[in-house]
Design a protein around this ligand. Structure first.
Ligand code: GAF
Length: 386
């Protein structure tokens, strides 16, 4: 039986009638371009095969009913009129935040919904489980209520839900990745205007793999450090007199750093963002010229910058990167928001097992929780599945 049928049957058990449809939205891995999205910069994520699936029907009575098979607590019933930013600290804040954001943006045709959710996107692993949850709800309501919004517009609304309703000051990368990625491609996204280019990214055809190593160290973006980095970047932009750090050209970096004087912390943040934007452009150009193996060292540079300048790595992420490189990986770096979560490792397919074993052994030796390792295959963005 297909997953869509299973989810639809569960919906019927819960709500007493078949859903009007079933939708899926993926988690993502970011290949390169970290903490650049809230600086109007470049990112390059691709969608994972792991998805959040939602069975959904409309309601006309101003009621939102939510249920997830992944959390305890049964069906949660909310009144649309009572949805209030930052009042809800539970998982329900993500889907109800999306409904709030749609209505706040004038889509008052959305008069309620019954929603049942289930997900295979690992939570707290830096793989965008929150964005998958937001985007699947946004897409379902967009289709059912015939709102006519495009993927990037849904992403903006989902980001607003996360920033204002949930209260996490994240950028636009994850929601856009979940909404707009395509099978076999990485998404080169300019987060200033959301212009996009799908870059073919078929590692298997070139005898390589990208491993995701989930360190099992949980992170949370609403808890301070992410927001501090964002505020530091905004301070850097203000001191340099630009709208966003994206406006500092790579070949003007030294002059910009000199102008920041002795504010060492802001200098480090600025250096990371400006060099990271340039790394995204280098990776795009290497991939487009068929030099895929050469992206490995760029990933490693990115990790060093996140570890030393942005200071958001952790011992487990560093151990993945160092061990994988020593075991023959072509490149490795932390991915996502940091402070835990996952690392990515680029390997020749023939080395994948040996690299995985080396990482697992290093974690055991360090008495860290065993990591979860899987091969990431660029997969489809959000879509209706039935
Ligand atoms: C998290 C955020 F949600 C993204 O917006 C992005 O800033 C990322 O961290 C870091 O690149 O996933």
């Amino acid at each position: 039986m297909s997953e869509a049928v299973v989810v639809a049957e569960r919906f019927e058990e819960l709500y007493g009638a078949a859903p009007e449809g079933v939708w899926a939205a993926p988690g993502r891995v970011n290949l390169i371009g970290e903490h650049t999205d809230y600086n109007d910069g470049f990112v390059m994520p691709f969608a994972l095969p792991h998805t959040t699936v939602a069975a959904v029907s409309r309601r006309t009575d101003g009621v939102l009913r939510l249920h997830s098979d992944d959390v305890e607590g049964g069906v949660v019933e909310l009144s649309l009129d009572a949805l209030t930013p930052e009042a809800d600290r539970a998982w329900t804040a993500y889907p109800s935040g999306v409904v709030w954001a749609l209505r706040e943006a004038g889509h008052t045709a959305v008069t309620g919904a019954d929603i049942h959710l289930t997900s295979t996107v690992p939570t707290g692993a830096g793989l965008s489980s929150s964005a998958a949850l937001e985007v699947v709800v946004a897409l379902a309501l967009n289709d059912l209520y015939d709102l006519g919004l495009k993927g990037w517009q849904l992403a903006r609304l989902c980001q607003r839900a996360e920033n204002v309703y949930v209260g996490a000051p994240t950028g636009i990368m994850d929601q856009t990745a979940s909404a707009c990625c395509e099978t076999g491609h990485a998404l080169f996204l300019d987060t200033r205007d959301l212009s996009q280019r799908q870059i073919p990214f078929d590692l298997a055809a070139e005898g390589m793999q990208l491993l995701v190593v989930d360190t099992q160290v949980k992170h949370s973006h609403s808890e301070g450090e992410y927001g501090k980095r964002r505020a530091g970047c905004e301070k850097g932009a203000a001191l340099l007199g630009v709208d966003a750090l994206r406006d500092v050209a790579y070949d003007e970096l030294d002059a910009a750093l000199a102008r920041l004087g002795d504010d060492e912390e802001v200098r480090r943040l600025v250096r990371h963002v400006v060099t990271e934007d340039q790394r995204v452009e280098r990776v795009v150009s290497l991939l487009e010229s068929g030099e895929t193996r050469a992206i490995g060292p760029v990933l490693v540079e990115g990790h060093a910058s996140l570890r030393d300048d942005f200071r958001i790595s952790c011992p487990e992420l560093d151990l993945v990167v160092d061990t994988a490189l020593a075991a023959g990986a072509l490149g490795a770096r932390m991915t996502g928001g940091g402070f835990g979560g996952s690392a990515i490792v680029l390997v020749d397919a023939t080395d994948a097992d040996a690299v995985t074993k080396a990482v697992e052994e290093a974690f055991a030796d360090a008495a860290f929780t065993a990591p979860r390792v899987f091969v990431a295959v660029p997969s489809a963005g959000a879509r209706r599945v039935s």
